[in-house]
Design a binder for this molecule. Structure first.
Ligand code: CTP
Ligand code: CA
Length: 230
């Protein structure tokens, strides 16, 4: 597809995208993290900007250059991501939560590095729940604003990938849920991606397996089709 053929269906729209994975500190040098690369969020930002949107990318621990024309807001922890996303989403037409947000953080952060041989070596890490940013976004959403969530799921004894994803969509209350089947452990850090789009009001749509840019294009086409006329 040549540049001339790119749809400008996001012209004049403000979109906020979170990407990467949060890190929750244990002490000044250690953290609890996850394997999210940020690549899908970067692709979403690149494609949205190319289709005319004004894009803010809230990036948790991603060492990639800012996509052309995109404002990157770097964050570290889930709390920082929450503050940045909620502030930036005021007045946005679309908010996409593609970041892997830590569900839990250490209950306390040691002021000094934990050392071997100290009077009491740690034997366990106490955790507390982080806020659910997606649920807060849905609760704070302005009329006409679309909120998109992501879910990486595997099937288990309680149900298959789509069963879990439908339950998550209902729990979160977002307009669209982008579902990754990670049963084979094949998504993290890979260039290719395959997803299903779930909405509360229609059948699931499977996007063809392709590059993260191709998946991003499919997601934006679905989102653009749901935006109220500008
Ligand atoms: N999310 C969020 N804040 C959190 C956790 C998750 O905003 N504290 C968002 C993610 O960015 C994603 C969506 O919620 O868009 C689903 O994340 P997921 O981890 O799949 O959902 P959880 O509700 O945390 O459920 P699970 O127990 O399966 O991890
Ligand atoms: Ca989670």
């Amino acid at each position: 597809q040549g540049a001339d053929a790119l749809p400008r269906d996001l012209a004049g729209r403000r979109v906020v995208i979170s990407a990467g994975g949060t890190r929750e500190p244990l002490d000044p040098v250690r953290y609890l993290g996850n394997r999210s690369s940020g690549k899908q969020g970067w692709a979403l930002a690149r494609v949205a900007a190319a289709r005319g949107a004004e894009v803010v990318l809230v990036a948790a621990n991603v060492e990639l250059p800012a996509p052309f024309g995109v404002r990157v807001v770097p964050v570290g922890t889930a709390e920082e991501l929450r503050a940045a996303v909620l502030a930036e989403s005021a007045g946005a037409d679309v908010v996409v939560m593609s970041a892997a947000v830590a569900d839990f953080r250490p209950a306390g952060v040691a002021a000094a590095k934990m050392k071997k041989g100290a009077a009491s070596e740690p034997t366990a890490i106490e955790l507390v729940r982080n806020p659910d940013v997606l649920v807060e976004l849905v609760a704070a959403r302005s009329p006409g604003q679309l909120v998109v969530g992501f879910a990486a799921e595997t099937g288990d004894d309680d149900g298959d990938v789509l069963t879990h994803a439908r339950a998550k969509l209902a729990r979160k209350g977002c307009d669209l849920l982008v579902v990754n089947d990670v049963s084979a452990g094949q998504v993290f850090g890979r260039a290719e991606n395959a997803v299903v789009l779930l909405s509360a009001d229609g059948p699931p749509t499977e996007l063809p397996r392709g590059s993260k840019d191709a998946v991003a294009a499919g997601i934006w086409t679905a989102v653009a089709g749901r935006l109220a006329p500008a």
